[in-house]
Structure formats: C-alpha cells, structure tokens
Design a protein around this ligand. Structure first.
Ligand code: GLN
Length: 189
C-alpha cells in the first residue's frame, strides 16, 4: 500500500511519520506531481494555509487530477486546511475541490493564539484534538456522517471515501486516526 501526502505546504512530515509509526511497511509518498499522485492508493491533504495550498495545487496542475481521483473512489483525508479544500462551500470564497457536502467557515475558532487541545471522541475513540486556526463545519449535507464533535459542532466527518477533520491528529502521539484512514484504504483494496 502507498499513501500519499500532498507535499506543497503545511504539516507534511508529521503525517508521513504518523503513517510509518502505524506500519513501517506502508509506502509513504510526498505528492507534488500528477505521476506521484497516480502511484498512491490514498491521499492526505494536510493542514497549513488553504489559500496557499489551493494556489500551489493549481500551479502544480494538481487540482483537477486530485478531484478526479477522489471522484473515482480514492480514499482521501483532509485535515484542517485540507478539510477546507474538500468542502463544497467555503463562506465568502469559491470552493476548491468541492467533493464533500459540507459548508465551512475559515478561522472560526479564532487566531493562532487561540489554538487549543480538546479530548473528544473520533469514531468512538477518545483522543486529543489539536485545533489551530481551525475551520468550523457550519452545515453537514445528507449522507455525510459525523464522526466527532466539539462543543456540539461537527469536527470530523466522513462521506464514503472522503474523511475530513478540523483538527490535527498528526500533531499528537496518538496515531489511531491514521490507523482509521489506513483501514479505509484497506477496505477499498
Ligand atoms: N486557517 C487555515 C486556513 O484557513 C487553516 C489552519 C490549519 O490548517 N491549521 O487555511
């Protein structure tokens, strides 16, 4: 199995280390080109700055190929900025990949200085969730399953092959969210 991490900006290395910590035999690929994308069985879109990420995705010619792979069923996991890129609607902006029926509001949990950690359930697993200028999911479409909440708001959602979390599991020592994503790819193969 090869898992790609979109490696244009953001918490790329942290995700790669987490995947390796789950299973050293899994190939981990930094994805910057269409050829690298073609070689992976699943893709993580990391946190970072969504405006920068979407600009870089466009200039690397990756936006349409990534969207097409997702629509063809490739498991994808967007964390924080990655979640924003997956969303169908971004308040005040046009959508980027637009493959997940949720509405999001960027930076709705405040500024960098307001970053926090909360212990919450993700898919039935109690774990630390790190929020850094996180987006808020303000609407969840039909058929989108809520896997985690904080203060009554959804912070982890899934629709088929698409997983999105507003928090950063790669910034903790808990690799169970990565295990969960790997099991989505396993189920597909
Ligand atoms: N605030 C960032 C954005 O809107 C996301 C922050 C993050 O990924 N930690 O793109």
């Amino acid at each position: 199995m090869n898992i790609g991490v979109l490696a244009l900006q953001g918490s790329v290395k942290e995700h790669m280390k987490m995947i390796t910590s789950v299973n050293k035999k899994i190939g981990v690929v930094a994805v910057r080109t269409v050829d690298e994308l073609a070689a992976v069985d699943g893709l993580i879109i990391p946190g970072g700055e969504s405006t920068t990420l979407r600009r870089l995705m466009d200039s690397f010619g990756l936006t349409t190929p990534v969207r097409e792979r997702i629509l063809a069923g490739m498991p994808v996991w967007g964390t924080c900025a990655g979640l924003i890129l997956l969303a169908n609607r971004i308040e005040g902006e046009t959508s980027c990949l637009g493959v997940l029926d949720i509405d999001v509001k960027r930076n709705a949990y405040g500024r960098q200085i307001d970053s926090f950690v909360a212990d919450e359930d993700f898919a039935g697993m109690y774990m630390p969730m790190v929020f850094i200028r996180a987006p808020k999911i303000t609407r969840v479409g039909e058929g989108v399953e809520v896997l985690g909440e904080h203060d009554g708001d959804p912070v982890a959602v899934r629709c088929g092959n698409i997983l999105a979390t507003a928090f950063h599991p790669e910034m903790t020592r808990d690799n169970r969210a990565h295990k969960y994503f790997i099991s989505m790819i396993d189920a597909k193969e």
